[in-house]
Design a protein around this ligand. Structure first.
Ligand SMILES: NC(=O)C1=CN([C@@H]2O[C@H](COP(=O)(O)OP(=O)(O)OC[C@H]3O[C@@H](n4cnc5c(N)ncnc54)[C@H](O)[C@@H]3O)[C@@H](O)[C@H]2O)C=CC1
Ligand SMILES: O=C(CO)COP(=O)(O)O
Length: 306
């Protein structure tokens, strides 16, 4: 919604024709973003070719685990455009991040990722938000930075797409752990410990993959970790809360951290990387162990240097 806030025309592909009609008449997406009025410059259409038109910049905001099949089935339509993924996660089957998926299926497109601390509901209200735009080519990153920034949305840029992919993916995993910690009743001090040691895991994996340390301490890493691990607006955090309280959770809600935790735990085991919190989230989400057992196991690990 912020993207159309300055009157720039935005075409929104919406698979459900009825919802597209509602968005165009009432300027509201009651199903996904109730009580938020969208700018009139945002126009929805159920026809993907209409939505794409001759657009140069295409923002891809589907759930992470649907990005690969989506891009695969629309690769011809997407080729030769500038594709900006907004996804946060790692593909469960291929262990690729969103930019890597774009590179695999649409190699002739320009590729970028937009990430950082931002709840859709806040952005749609026009609340001040700062994000990271990453593209391997700095000229492309600079072009997108100026094309997508608005009065309320400030973009910083980097060429480290890997660092941005990993920060956005892993903060969801740590947010589940933090929610579970609070839900179980372990308290705020334990949550701060999980956030900090979780951040150490993020940095370890990022270094192993060749990402830059400063990307992880930026908006798309530490910034998003701080937001997601402390707010009940986060679906990953709320999912963790439900796990800790042993309450059911609505399966229709998008929770990106579960598949990502499993993919990253598998990768870390293969690469002999120490990521105990990620492994615990993967095991607890699968029902393999309880939150209390997982946290006790984390506390009983051998003592080590920080
Ligand atoms: N909601 C938020 O505050 C933020 C979300 N993100 C990221 O954006 C991505 C999308 O998240 P949300 O929009 O919140 O998820 P969502 O689940 O609320 O909405 C996803 C949309 O994608 C559509 N969709 C699902 N499968 C599809 C498919 N196979 N083909 C085409 N469309 C499909 C759904 O109908 C829905 O309209 C995620 O990776 C998320 O981590 C990033 C920043 C903030
Ligand atoms: O990525 C987000 C905030 O930056 C949204 O987090 P959730 O997917 O946990 O709701």
């Amino acid at each position: 919604a912020a993207i159309g806030a300055d009157g720039t025309p935005v075409s929104l592909w919406c698979r459900d024709p009825e919802l597209a009609r509602d968005i165009n008449t009432d300027h509201e997406n009651r199903r996904r973003l109730p009580d938020r009025i969208l700018p009139e410059s945002v126009v929805a259409t159920p026809d993907i070719d209409d939505a794409l038109g001759d657009a140069e910049i295409v923002l891809l905001a589907v759930p992470m685990q649907t990005l690969r099949p989506f891009v695969q089935s629309h690769c011809e339509r997407l080729s030769h455009r500038t594709l900006v993924t907004c996804c946060k996660g790692i593909d469960f089957e291929t262990e690729e991040g969103p930019v890597e998926i774009l590179a695999s299926f649409v190699p002739d497109a320009k590729r970028a990722i937009l990430s950082g601390p931002s709840f859709a509901a806040d952005i749609a209200l026009g609340l001040p938000t700062a994000l990271t735009i990453a593209a391997a080519d700095d000229d492309l990153a600079a072009h997108l930075q100026s094309a997508l920034s608005t009065r309320s949305l400030r973009l910083y840029r980097t060429t480290d797409t890997m660092g941005v992919e990993l920060g956005g993916a892993l903060k969801n995993v740590i947010a589940i752990a933090c929610g579970a910690c609070i839900g179980e009743g372990f308290g705020d001090s334990a949550r701060a410990a999980l956030m900090t040691r979780g951040f150490a895991e993020m940095q370890r994996l990022a270094a192993h993959r060749g990402a830059r340390p400063e990307t992880l301490t930026g908006l798309s890493g530490l910034g998003d970790l701080a937001l997601t691990c402390g707010s009940e607006q986060s679906r990953n955090y709320r999912f963790g809360l439900a796990l800790g309280r042993q309450e059911p959770f609505d399966a229709s809600v998008t929770v990106e951290g579960v598949a990502t935790a499993k993919a990253v735990a598998r990768y870390a085991a293969h690469e002999a990387l120490e990521m105990p919190i990620t492994r615990a989230v993967a095991e607890v989400s699968d029902g393999g162990t309880s939150v209390a057992e997982a946290l006790r196991a984390l506390l009983s690990r051998p003592l080590k240097k920080e």
